[in-house]
Design a protein around this ligand. Sequence first.
Ligand code: NAD
Length: 420
Amino acid sequence: MTIGIIGLGYVGLPLAVAFAEAGHDVIGLDSNATRVETLRSGESHVEDITDARLQAALDRFEATTMARRLALADAILICVPTPLTPNREPDLGPLLSAANATAGVLQRGQVVIVESTTYPGTTRERVLPILEETGLTAGRDFHLAFSPERVDPGRTDHTLRTTPKIVGGLTEECTAAAVAVYADVCDELVTVSNPDTAEMSKLLENIFRSVNIALVNELGIVAERLGIDIYEVIEAASTKPYGFMRFDPGPGMGGHCLPVDPFYLSWKAREHDITTEFIELAGKVNQAMPYVSVEKIERALNDLSLPVRGSKILLLGVSYKPGVGDIRESPALKILARLRELGGEVSYHDPYVPELPRDGLASVELEPAIAASDLAVIITAHPGINHGGIAETVPTVDLRGVTRKVHATPATKVASGKES
Ligand SMILES: NC(=O)c1ccc[n+]([C@@H]2O[C@H](COP(=O)([O-])OP(=O)(O)OC[C@H]3O[C@@H](n4cnc5c(N)ncnc54)[C@H](O)[C@@H]3O)[C@@H](O)[C@H]2O)c1
């Protein structure tokens, strides 16, 4: 097959490389000319795809800014961003632009699959009409499906191949055609009745995480006030073999998905006079966490008889999660901005984020920065950094619970001595 992919970011690039590795020809369209040039030169901007892997795929993978190249594709996968507008409403601009690009090359027999996360109804109500303006009919002349991407950047235990992929086509034939596209890159495909169900299943997964993270964040605040170690509570509760799933508190939610996607469903629900209380509440709690974290930092400085103003504060990890350099919606950026507003002299160390151009900062060398700082703050605990050692060297606010074993005793399992 020849696979066309629109949008070569965290989702599209790994897909492109996977299809090329499986022996298919891949045409990747991206509107960002610099990104296309970089990819062509064999340089990957996605941590999960090494330069060597990209370079090995390049004889089958063509990155381009020319939409007409997609005319050669048997299938076109749409992987463009689905952000929110400044008023927190779905911004379907990139998706509709990708649908228009697809309509421009659409031919009989092609399979079009939307992978971008979006509200239920998008594929049917917004993408389908654009494609059918060509005079071709979905389910008869071409196939249309939604298949949500479940990739978790930085993760190695579950991959594109091993994570079951949900597919919902407009018709049964559309579903079958989309399943056939993924057969060589995914071990297990899960079919659902229609694109709307597939769209909503992705939102359920993300809302589930957002709500549970908010819950544990709130409990973390309560536990701290009560003088209880929330991590010991979580470790103890996690010993229950059923009916409990572990989530950890943190400085707030980041990334392109969890802070954004749930509001796609809230928006759609409002169209039907429904208010999505859980989504709103979780958003409110999670959005407050960077400010809760700043209060913790202020208290830690207070314990050292220091004001924020003039204190040297070193932030450790500014991307939104360990092992990746993605700073979209990262709570670190809010913490950084607030501490600066309060007059703090803030620097940061993050091996995955060499620069924060908007803040005029570059990642500093770890050792000298620790020596020069009044306080370190662990915002994202990247692998390969000795956080415990840092906490023993400089007063540290640990927003991820990674240094508690330096000071505290974890929950211990003791056999009862009785076999049941
Ligand atoms: N990043 C994740 O972990 C993740 C996981 C699952 C699902 N998703 C979803 O997948 C979608 C893509 O996310 P991402 O993280 O890969 O985004 P990204 O920003 O990393 O990449 C998107 C790419 O699309 C390009 N683009 C934008 N508009 C375009 C257009 N009209 N035509 C061609 N190219 C265009 C951009 O230049 C960029 O290279 C979103 O809907 C997101 O919610 C993301």
